[in-house]
Design a protein around this ligand. Structure first.
Ligand code: ADP
Length: 416
């Protein structure tokens, strides 16, 4: 039997999942982040501890490994793969002052024209004294995979999107050359492509098979989408976490930077989507998790709420309404907290439906089925309200773990 290992480096910690060739989970490990001062050391320790957490018996059966990282978390390494400075994490905005320069050469509304894009971060890194020692730019997932297979300068087209890589033509665009970046940008492969076998040192250290392959990885949010089971055009995943994130599989590529909409390539399809600032964080401001559970149960979903809110913590949203000054709308506030919650949940359901309408309006395939992930997925009455607005089946994702999605990616080539 051949097993597959998916490793997720996410925002709150690292996880690993081992699956068999029927995608059954055999083993799971976690390594949460705690008081991190040095991310490079932390990532390395997490990787080793996850591998050590897998029983020796399973390790000997693993045929392929893939790793996902957080999108646009990048680092510079020397010619030997040693990081020359601290990584810049996914949410680091220090590159924002280079957007103006970038906007002169990148096409209008390009994904690199964002404060957290990998390319904006790279321009910021170019002014570091340590930049002269840098040879490679790598994403978090690229570098972690390098620790396993020993090959430098390789990435995948999910991680490379925000570096400016053209995922349609599968090449770096000409305009990028105008930046004269004096280090090597990664060679980009399709996610899941086998890169090479585990290095002999790793095989010896952990007792893996010497023919175990390390595959090109992906980002944490795409991995979570892969975990849901959505596969066909029109199928979508809504994430009801702190914010509201929509992802819709489509045969056409949809991009509109005004709304923060862009598409990732997923084989022959496109994964398009957008994120709204509304979501669970607003619910959390007014209710405890216990109140959310009990009050939600009290809601009579057969009666529509008359309340029309735009729930936000502070002013501004981008998708499905692009207005940095959009005010939170949380009035009028009914006396009973149950009715207030009803209004909030139904308003968010309307925003979700409006988001999918916008994606379809811009050319994405018609919505057929919605999987749900995140803390709100278990709210049965909310699901019923969403079903009413979305007018398609709405279900809870069976699995939402990025590590599971990445294990499926590792299986894709060998298991197929
Ligand atoms: P994230 O990873 O984005 O922080 P999670 O997926 O862990 O978020 O979900 C947490 C969110 O889910 C919280 O903001 C909370 O308000 C919301 N939540 C928790 N329980 C419920 C519930 N029963 N109904 C609706 N929302 C809920």
């Amino acid at each position: 039997m051949t097993l597959y290992l998916g490793i997720d480096f996410g925002t709150s910690g690292a996880r690993a999942v081992v699956i068999d060739d029927e995608a059954r989970i055999l083993s799971q490990m976690r390594h949460p982040w705690a008081n991190v001062t040095d991310w490079v050391i932390c990532w390395k320790e997490a990787l080793w501890s996850l591998l050590e957490g897998i029983s020796l018996e399973l390790r000997r059966e693993i045929g392929a490994i893939a790793i996902n990282g957080t999108s646009s978390t990048i680092l510079l390494t020397d010619a030997a793969g040693q990081p020359v400075d601290a990584p810049l994490l996914y949410n680091d905005q220090r590159g924002s002052r280079f957007i103006k320069d970038l906007s002169r050469i990148a096409p209008p509304n390009h994904t690199v024209l964002s404060a957290t894009s990998s390319l904006a971060k790279l321009l910021w890194m170019q002014q570091l004294p340590t930049f002269s020692q840098a040879r490679y730019l790598l994403h978090q997932a690229d570098w972690l995979a390098f620790l396993l297979h020993g090959k430098l300068g390789i990435s995948d087209y999910h991680n490379a999107l925000k570096l400016g890589y053209d995922v349609e033509k599968l090449q770096y665009p000409e305009w990028l050359e105008k930046l004269h970046i004096p280090i090597l940008l990664p060679h980009v492969l399709a996610p899941g492509t086998p890169i090479g076998e585990l290095s002999p040192e790793i095989v010896a250290k952990f007792g893996f098979r010497d023919d175990c392959l390390v595959c090109a990885g992906t980002t944490d949010s795409i991995a979570a989408f892969l975990a849901s089971g959505a596969k066909l055009p029109g199928e979508a995943v809504t994430s009801l976490g702190s914010t509201l994130v929509l992802k819709l599989l489509s045969r056409t590529r949809v991009e509109d930077a005004r709304y923060g909409i862009y598409s990732h390539r997923l084989g022959d399809l496109w994964l398009t989507g957008g994120a709204s600032n509304t979501g669970g964080a607003v619910l959390k401001k007014f209710f405890t998790d216990e109140e959310l559970l009990s009050l939600s149960r009290e809601i009579d979903v057969s009666k529509p709420s008359e309340l029309d809110y735009y729930p936000l913590l502070k002013e501004g949203d981008r998708f499905p309404i692009n207005d940095p000054h959009l005010p939170p709308k949380l009035e009028p506030r009914p006396e009973h907290p149950r009715d207030f919650l009803h209004g909030l949940l139904e308003s968010m359901a309307r925003i979700e439906a409006r988001g999918y309408q916008l994606l379809q309006h811009l050319g994405a395939d018609q919505l057929t089925y919605v999987y749900t992930a995140g803390g709100g997925a278990a709210n049965y009455n909310w699901t019923a309200m969403r079903n009413k607005y979305l007018k398609v089946p709405v279900v809870s994702s069976e699995n939402t773990e990025a590590a599971f999605g990445t294990a499926l990616l590792a299986m894709q080539e060998l298991g197929a």
